[in-house]
Each structure stands twice: as structure tokens, then as C-alpha cells.
Design a protein around this ligand. Structure first.
Ligand SMILES: [Zn+2]
Length: 181
């Protein structure tokens, strides 16, 4: 069985029993001595040696469906999060109360005394009109909602990704145990 021989630099070499006692070159420049057959057996087994049937048996338990679900949730929620984020980005929230007031002031500045008195008379006769919510307030609310939705779906996607990683780790550990046995 192939074994993993780790160099001082951290590089993992996969060595076969036929290489026992020989020297191999590491990318770091060091020459590595492959141990004798007896010592070689004490090294960790290389994962390449895992038979397909063992791999299959590990995934055919709860791990397979759980992994599939986690990946699906990650893709769906991740996609939704991106969509909400793009909707949020497409909304311009630079228009604020200050902008509204400033624009109103600039407008009145352009009015002459005659125009101003006409506006004033209109207000006295008809009032200032029905109360209306400025559109920029509504836009800001939508932007806030999209941010929250993007955050929640993004969080779910990250949780699913972490779950998938956990399942993968557990499968890898089990595969190592079965191969070592
Ligand atoms: Zn090395």
C-alpha cells in the first residue's frame, strides 16, 4: 500500500513499497530518504488506495442525502442572497431628507415675490394638499428589506456550506479509519 512521507518543508510525498530505502527529491530541494519496508508501514496510508466500494459504503449512509441537501440549500440560498444583494445595489439611497429640503429651498429661491405670493395664496385656499410619503422614503425601506433578506439567506447558505464541509470531514475520517484497518 502507498504511504505518505512528509518532508520537513510540509510537502507530502506518496511513496510505494518498491521505493523503500531509495532517495527521492522534494520540490524544496532536499533529498528524502524513503524508509525501509518495516518503517514504511508505520507511515499514514495514502488515500489514493481507498477502494471504490469503501468510498461508496461511507456515502451510502446518512452522509449522502445530508450532503446533497446541504449543497442544494447552499446553492438555492446563495443564489437568493446574491439576487437580493443585486436588488439592494440597484436602489439609490443617496437621496435623503436633506436633499429633499435643499431642492425645495432652491426651488423657492428661484421664485420672484409675485410667484411666492401666488404659492402662499394657493396654500391658504387649498391647504398644502394631501399628505404624501416621499418616494425616496419608500425606496429606502425596500433597500433595507433587501439587505435583511440578503443577510438572512446568505447566513443560511453559509450554514449549509459549513454543514457540507462537516459531512465531508466525517466521511474523510471514516475513510481513513477503514483504509487503515
Ligand atoms: Zn521538502
Amino acid at each position: 500500500m502507498d504511504r505518505i512521507l512528509t518532508c520537513e518543508c510540509g510537502y507530502e510525498h506518496i511513496v510505494s513499497p518498491s521505493q523503500a530505502g531509495r532517495q527521492i527529491d522534494c520540490p524544496c530541494g532536499k533529498k528524502l530518504e524513503v524508509p525501509s519496508l518495516r518503517e514504511l508501514r508505520a507511515l499514514p496510508a495514502a488515500e489514493q488506495a481507498v477502494p471504490a466500494a469503501v468510498t461508496e459504503s461511507v456515502w451510502r449512509t446518512w452522509r449522502g442525502p445530508t450532503m446533497a441537501t446541504a449543497v442544494a440549500v447552499f446553492l438555492i440560498c446563495g443564489g437568493m442572497s446574491l439576487r437580493f444583494l443585486m436588488q439592494r445595489m440597484s436602489i439609490d439611497t443617496s437621496y435623503t431628507e436633506e436633499t429633499e429640503i435643499q431642492l425645495g429651498n432652491e426651488l423657492f429661491d428661484q421664485y420672484g415675490p409675485d410667484a411666492l405670493s401666488m404659492v402662499w395664496e394657493d396654500y391658504q385656499t387649498y391647504g398644502i394638499g394631501p399628505k404624501q410619503r416621499p418616494p425616496f422614503l419608500r425606496l429606502r425601506e425596500i433597500a433595507r428589506q433587501r439587505s435583511i433578506l440578503a443577510g438572512v439567506t446568505g447566513g443560511i447558505a453559509l450554514l449549509a456550506l459549513a454543514g457540507a464541509f462537516g459531512v465531508w470531514l466525517s466521511a474523510r475520517r471514516l475513510l481513513r479509519q477503514r483504509t487503515a484497518a
